[in-house]
Design a protein around this ligand. Sequence first.
Ligand code: IDP
Ligand code: MG
Length: 140
Amino acid sequence: MAIERTLSIIKPDATARNVTGKIIAKLEGAGLRVVAQKRARWSEAEAQKFYEVHKERPFYNDLVAFMTSGPIVLQVLEGASAVAKNREVMGATNPADAAPGTIRAEFAENIERNSVHGSDSPDNAATEIALCFDASEIVG
Ligand code: IDP
Ligand code: MG
């Protein structure tokens, strides 16, 4: 299995409830290594750019408002098949469908306030990592 990197975001619903450490423990427990991490508060323009792929979706404006409503924690995760591994430990987008033990099953409030973002392909991971981190901030 190839060693990959993926972008992870701990979302404002989770920072508000002070569960970033519990979420990071889940990621590390799945074998993912945090090789970059920073806390940030996105501007509207930053959130709009990050979620540009969703701009035609009906939930886009609400999603941008949610993602700018409080602090987030941006991370680069590294490990074997990190993109798929992270999606597995995150669980389904809607927590009602998320498998027991996944981050979203345990922490998400609803389909929007679902605690974490994870890149959905190696190509998108590379794009999202480059958007959020300078190379010098990633230390593997
Ligand atoms: P993902 O985060 O599981 O990859 P996406 O379809 O890429 O899911 O959607 C991006 C984010 O948009 C979700 O994580 C969630 O916060 C929000 N979202 C997705 N679908 C809905 C919806 O039907 N209603 C409200 N928000 C949604
Ligand atoms: Mg997605």
